[in-house]
Structure formats: structure tokens, C-alpha cells
Design a binder for this molecule. Structure first.
Ligand code: HAM
Length: 423
């Protein structure tokens, strides 16, 4: 039997874990300075949470959800995204009565039954923020500011922020009327999926990547031209804040995004270095009606999510390095036999309590090979404990980076040891 994980899933280990921790640590630091607090919600919800939020006729709800019945026949779904769950959680836990906006962030695995390809998985990881309780355009700008700072801190330089406004339900109603009128004589040229969308969810046609549909859309009216004065003004204010923050953006009037909950400002951050259709690293927008739609208070909100896996993929492609946060030296202790291991425990305990990354040899390699291995594996110091060291109560310390060697007494020269290894 071939041993493999389910299609579209991956094991993460080694270098990927280093990247992942760096990405998550960076996000946490950025979220903290903007005063966002962490929230953890379950990996599955009652199915209605997603169908009612994301929209019954979206691709995600129609084709991509992992839905199953539990033993009592209740319909449950593995979360395909975080926003709907957060909305459910803040309503249920009555988190919306204190100081608004409520600012939360989350990190979690998401599940979508999509065709796996480079940058597109069935289980993938997102980190995101949601800000609930104000429609002040400054919060739209703040959320984009966070996204921008996060990618800057990871070392990205050439990302593109695409932004659009899809207005409120009134703007959308007027636009859809005209859009359907335009599409009617062209329906036959659309793909089968878009023909279905034409009846139920025409806005989604803008999401289609098929060339036939794209050429039909070339002369289509854009929702942007149908914005009501309120939505237009709101959008202009968001852009003004972005300019004041020196955040580059590109207005893309064909940007719609695949969720029904969006209103007004929506955005996506893409990389032109990712030469595939999966070039969006993150996306988000305002969702002013979702809370009410789920039975909660009538409060506006906005947020974004970033794909962690895709971000790591691009970091590797662009050779962006992880900045190590460890300030303390990395130490490898080589104990020559069992007796030496026993003697070394005290030393290991001391160094680990002092918060050094400290490991001991478990392989049956010669001393020469152990030293070579430690040098190749990014250690700063090697500590050698052999029979002589036990006899003298000493430690041999090799500074690999500076090619120096010291002999120190373990019991009486702790300060000297600390000085050598840079405590
Ligand atoms: P989304 O655009 O569907 O938005 O997902 C955000 C990011 O998750 C994408 O830009 C992409 O990097 C990553 N992603 C999505 N699907 C996959 C996949 N199959 N494999 C790998 N990565 C993927 C949302 O999920 C919204 N909830 C964002 C939001 C928050 N809007 C308001 N608040």
C-alpha cells in the first residue's frame, strides 16, 4: 500500500516550519502594534454559518465545501475561510458591546475542495484580521496598512494592491440590471458556469478566468460607474488615507472577489512574480451586512486574510531570507561516551535554563565527523566532554565562527563560560 496524505494536503517540516514560524511571528508583531487581539474558533461549524455568509450560489458553497453529517445527522462543514466563523463567534459571545471597533486576528487551517495545483491546496493556512463596528474609511485604510506592513516586514518589495468598490446593495441592484441587459445577447458565448451565474449571481462572472468570458466582459459596464454618492465618497476617502500613508494601489474595476458578503471597498494583494492564476497572496474587504444577516447586531465590518502557504512559496521563489530572532548562541555538546553524557546533564540544564539553543550528540559518529556536522548545521559553539574533561572538571569550548578554543573549569568559571558564549 502506498503511504500518502490526502490529495491537496501537505506535511510541513524542516525549512517550511522555519518559514511558517517567521511569517506567523511577523504577523503577530504587526497585529499587536495595531492593537488586534487573537481569536481562535473551531475548525468546523454548522453548515449554515458558511452558506448564509459566503452565499448559496458562490463557487465555495456550491462546489468547494467539505460538508458532512455528524452522528446525530447535523450538517457540519470544515471552515473554508475565517470571516464567517468570526462573525458567528463575536455574535454568540456578545463581544460587540464594549469599545468598538472590535479588532481581532486569527491564524488557522482552512479547507476547500478545489483542484490542487501550485499554490492551491485543499487544506491551507490563513492569517487574517477582522475589524467590526465602524464604517469609518480610516479603518479600511488601517486594515490595508496592516497588510502592507506585514508584507514589507517579510521583505517583499514589488507587490501590487488592487482595490475596487462594489458599493452597497442599492448600487449593486442598479448595476446588475444594466449588466444583465448588456450580457443577455452574449450569454451563449459564456462558459457553462457563467451561464448559470448569469441567472443567480451575475457579479461572479467577473471572477471567471476563461478567455471566452473575459472577452465578453471587455466592454461590459463596471460596477464602479454605478456607485451611489455615499459609496463613491467613502471610497475616495479610503484612497486619500492610502495616499497619505504612501501605500501604492491600483484601482481594478473588474475586481469582485468570490464572496457574497462584501460591500463597498474590496482589495487583493497580488504578486506578478507568481506566474500562475494563483497569484493572490491575500484579499479582503468590507462586509457591512454580514453580522445582521447572521442574526447579530447591524454593525459594519472589514478585514482580510493572507494565504500562509502561498506567501512562503513566493518567499522561497524570491529568495527572501528568514531573519532569525534568536539572539543567543546555538550550542552543540559532544559527549564522548555514556559517562560523559551523565556528566553533561548539569551543563545542558544550566545552558537551557539560560535560554541557549543547546543540543547533544545522539549519533555514533567520530569526534571529527561530529565537529564537521555542527559546523555545517549553523551552530556557533561546540562543547566537548571526554574523559579528560571529567577528570579535570572542565569543558572544552570551540568557537566555530572565530576558530578559537578554550578550556574552562565547569564549577568555578561559569562567568567565563557565559562571557565566551555571549550570554
Ligand atoms: P480569500 O481571497 O478567499 O479571502 O483567501 C485569502 C487568501 O487565502 C488568498 O489570497 C490565498 O492566498 C489564500 N488561499 C485561498 N484559497 C487557497 C487555496 N486553495 N490554497 C492555498 N491558498 C489559498 C478570504 O478567505 C476572506 N475570508 C478574506 C476576508 C477576511 N475578507 C474579509 N475579511
Amino acid at each position: 500500500m502506498k503511504i500518502n496524505s490526502p490529495r491537496g494536503t501537505a506535511d510541513l517540516y524542516g525549512e517550511d516550519i522555519d518559514y511558517r514560524n517567521f511569517v506567523i511571528d511577523t504577523a503577530r508583531r504587526v497585529f499587536k502594534v495595531f492593537n488586534y487581539k487573537e481569536i481562535i474558533t473551531p475548525a468546523f461549524e454548522y453548515t449554515w454559518v458558511f452558506s448564509r455568509s459566503i452565499g448559496e450560489v458562490t463557487d465555495i458553497v456550491q462546489k468547494e465545501m467539505y460538508t458532512f453529517q455528524d452522528k446525530k445527522g447535523r450538517s457540519l462543514t470544515l471552515r473554508p475561510e475565517g470571516t464567517a466563523s468570526i462573525a458567528r463567534a463575536v455574535i454568540e459571545n456578545k463581544m460587540l458591546f464594549e469599545n468598538l471597533p472590535l479588532k481581532v486576528f486569527y491564524i488557522g487551517n482552512m479547507f476547500r475542495y478545489e483542484r490542487p495545483q501550485k499554490g492551491r491546496m485543499r487544506e491551507f493556512w490563513q492569517l487574517g484580521v477582522e475589524s467590526i463596528g465602524t464604517d469609518d474609511p480610516l479603518i479600511d485604510a488601517e486594515v490595508i496598512w496592516i497588510l502592507n506592513s506585514f508584507f514589507e516586514k517579510l521583505g517583499f518589495k514589488k507587490l501590487v494592491l488592487k482595490i475596487n468598490s462594489i458599493g452597497c446593495s442599492e448600487c449593486r441592484e442598479k448595476f446588475l440590471f444594466e449588466f444583465r441587459k448588456y450580457l443577455k445577447p452574449e450569454v451563449g458565448k459564456l462558459c457553462a458556469d457563467c451561464q448559470k451565474r448569469f441567472g443567480k449571481n451575475a457579479l461572479r462572472i467577473f471572477d471567471c478566468k476563461k478567455s471566452g468570458c473575459r472577452s465578453v466582459l471587455k466592454k461590459a459596464p463596471s460596477i464602479f460607474s454605478y456607485l451611489c454618492p455615499g459609496c463613491r465618497k467613502n471610497f475616495e476617502e479610503v484612497l486619500k488615507y492610502l495616499e497619505a500613508l504612501d501605500i501604492n494601489y491600483r484601482i481594478d474595476q473588474s475586481l469582485v472577489r468570490g464572496f457574497d458578503y462584501y460591500t463597498r471597498t474590496i482589495f487583493e494583494i497580488i504578486s506578478e512574480d507568481l506566474k500562475s492564476a494563483q497569484n493572490a497572496l491575500g484579499g479582503g474587504g468590507r462586509y457591512d451586512n454580514l453580522l445582521k444577516q447572521l442574526g447579530g447586531p447591524d454593525l459594519p465590518a472589514t478585514g482580510f486574510a493572507v494565504g500562509i502557504d502561498r506567501t512562503i512559496m513566493l518567499m522561497k521563489q524570491l529568495n527572501l531570507k528568514i531573519k532569525k530572532n534568536e539572539e543567543k548562541a546555538r550550542i552543540y555538546l559532544i559527549a564522548m561516551d555514556k559517562n560523559c553524557k551523565l556528566y553533561s546533564l548539569d551543563i545542558l540544564r544550566y545552558l537551557r535554563e539560560e535560554k541557549f539553543l543547546c543540543d547533544i550528540n545522539f549519533n555514533k559518529r567520530s569526534l571529527k565527523k561530529e565537529i564537521k556536522w555542527a559546523g555545517e548545521n549553523d551552530y556557533d559553539f561546540i562543547l566537548i566532554i571526554g574523559e579528560d574533561e571529567i577528570k579535570n572538571g572542565s569543558i572544552t569550548i570551540k568557537d566555530i565562527k572565530k576558530y578559537r578554543q578554550y578550556q574552562v573549569n565547569w564549577e568555578n568559571e561559569k562567568e567565563k563560560i557565559k562571557k565566551i558564549i555571549g550570554a
